[in-house]
Ligand binder design. Structure first.
Ligand SMILES: [Zn+2]
Length: 167
């Protein structure tokens, strides 16, 4: 799936559902926000932000970082606000578990084979969510979904969004 399709549909869902929508993404760019989405949980961090290694303060950073970058709050060293290999993704303790208590869990354009994201459908289903997968082809965890919508996102997602919002 092209991320542009996801962004447009994410923004449309955000407009229609307001605060009831939580968008969980592994993308580190800001395409969802630029498309109009607000409640976006970037579980692998954000490329355009920096984080203090001492106090955890997160700030906007749209330029190249240097070793002399210091935290405005505590003067600690700054690093990209990105989850590196073998680091623990963000939001796994509170925000994502809370979001997985949703009425509808929609997975768009994922392989369903990379954890912890691939396990979210199981948790959502355990809480009673209707689970829907929208993909070009069935994912690695397709058996956990109540419904599958297969095909190009640009064609299938607008219809799916209309069905969800109208339900
Ligand atoms: Zn700091």
């Amino acid at each position: 799936m092209r991320s542009g399709d996801t962004t447009v549909t994410g923004a449309e869902l955000a407009r229609l559902l307001g605060d009831r929508l939580v968008l969980i993404t592994q993308n580190v760019d800001d395409l969802h926000e630029r498309g109009g989405s607000r409640a976006v949980l970037h579980m692998h961090g954000e490329l355009l932000k920096a984080r203090c290694v001492e106090c955890g303060d997160v700030v906007s950073c749209e330029r190249d970082m240097t070793l002399s970058d210091a935290c405005g709050a505590c003067a600690g060293r700054m690093r990209p606000h990105i989850v590196w290999f073998e680091e623990v993704p963000f939001y796994l303790d509170e925000e994502i578990p809370r979001a997985l208590q949703a009425e509808v869990f929609l997975s768009i354009g994922t392989s369903g084979s990379v954890y912890p994201a691939a396990g979210m459908v199981v948790e959502a289903k355990r809480h009673g969510a209707v689970t829907i997968e929208a993909n070009l082809e069935p994912s690695g965890n397709a058996r956990w979904f109540d419904h599958q919508v297969l095909g190009p996102a640009g064609t299938t997602l607008p219809e799916l969004v209309a069905e969800i919002v109208g339900a």
